[in-house]
Design a protein around this ligand. Structure first.
Ligand SMILES: [Zn+2]
Length: 311
């Protein structure tokens, strides 16, 4: 037998063995990659990353958790179309003379909805504390204006101003007939990769003399998103300052709390704007006027400008 042939065979065998080993390794790597599924806790963050790298999916994507159907069966907007499917964004926005950071994404949540949903949800990721999914809010004690209506009026005015200034905007809702829980509202902001999440509300108090605006964010010890405290606090302060300057109302405070589902589920800087008290006659009547609503919207927009200019 030819000596060369005898040596060649083991060589080919070795080469084959090496090829097989490489194939096995490749399969193992692929399997390991696939098995890196996110835990429940960071599902929204995971989805955020996935959606960030595939922006085309954003427009049709549904929120992390599906809003439940309206229990009354009323002809409401379908939840999947309401949340992420209303990007009134203007990606071609150009910088304004004031130096507005063009293209920044603001998600606006007009607080509440026509019909509350008293089903419960955890008030934070993996929390055992359950809270109502969403309520219908308060009502103007003197005007009868429902808070959910006022919130959406101002939210839409804010949307218009922000688009004008070159921001991109996503509205959590643009109708009253939705069923979107507070955690789902946060998920919409998370999944969109919002630069800021602005939640518009109005306040109520047993004491009708109490008036003024305040903003809310998490505490620095929030168990879910303390890492976002510095930005949320800065955002809350900037919005409160600018709103009160524009509206001339009493500046109450930035209130820090870890009891708000819509804050606790956030993975983006967030503030709740309590524009004024619907239990105070002067403020209730003011907030029902187009003129004051314009001021509220402009004040909030100025605060957002201010926040980004501090970056
Ligand atoms: Zn409210």
């Amino acid at each position: 037998m030819n000596l060369r042939k005898m040596q060649a065979r083991p060589l080919r065998r070795r080469a084959l063995l090496l090829l097989r080993a490489a194939a096995v390794l490749l399969i193992l790597f692929a399997a390991a990659g696939c098995s890196q599924k996110p835990s429940d806790t960071d599902l929204t963050e995971w989805e955020h990353v996935v959606r960030t790298v595939t922006p085309a999916a954003d427009l049709t994507a549904t929120p992390t958790t599906e809003p439940t159907a309206d229990p009354t069966g009323a002809p409401t907007a379908t939840p999947t179309s309401a949340p992420t499917a209303t990007p009134t964004t203007e990606p071609t926005a150009t910088p304004t003379p004031g130096g507005t950071p063009a293209g920044r994404l603001v998600v606006i949540d007009a607080g509440h909805q026509r019909k509350g949903n008293n089903d419960k949800e955890p008030d934070g990721p993996n929390s055992t504390t359950l809270k109502a999914k969403v309520t219908s809010g308060t009502t103007g004690h003197f005007t009868g204006l429902p808070e959910y209506e006022l919130n959406l009026i101002v939210a839409k005015k804010l949307q218009a101003i922000l688009l004008e200034r070159g921001y991109r905007v996503i509205m959590v809702r643009d109708t009253h007939d939705v069923d979107i829980s507070n955690s789902e509202r946060a998920a919409i902001a998370n999944n969109a990769g919002a630069d800021v999440f602005i939640r518009i509300h109005a306040n109520a108090n047993d004491d009708s003399s109490v008036n003024g605006a305040e903003t809310l964010c998490q505490t620095k010890d929030n168990p879910y998103n303390a890492d976002l405290y510095p930005q949320s606090r800065k955002l809350s302060q900037a919005v409160l300052d600018a709103l009160c300057e524009e509206c001339g109302c009493k500046k109450r405070r930035v209130s820090e709390t870890d009891t708000m589902s819509g804050i606790n589920w956030c993975r983006v800087p967030v503030t709740i704007v309590e524009m004024g008290f619907m239990t105070n006659e002067k403020e209730d009547r003011l907030m029902a006027t187009d003129e004051y609503q314009n001021k509220l919207a402009k004040g909030i927009a100025d605060g957002i400008d201010r926040y980004f200019s501090q970056d």
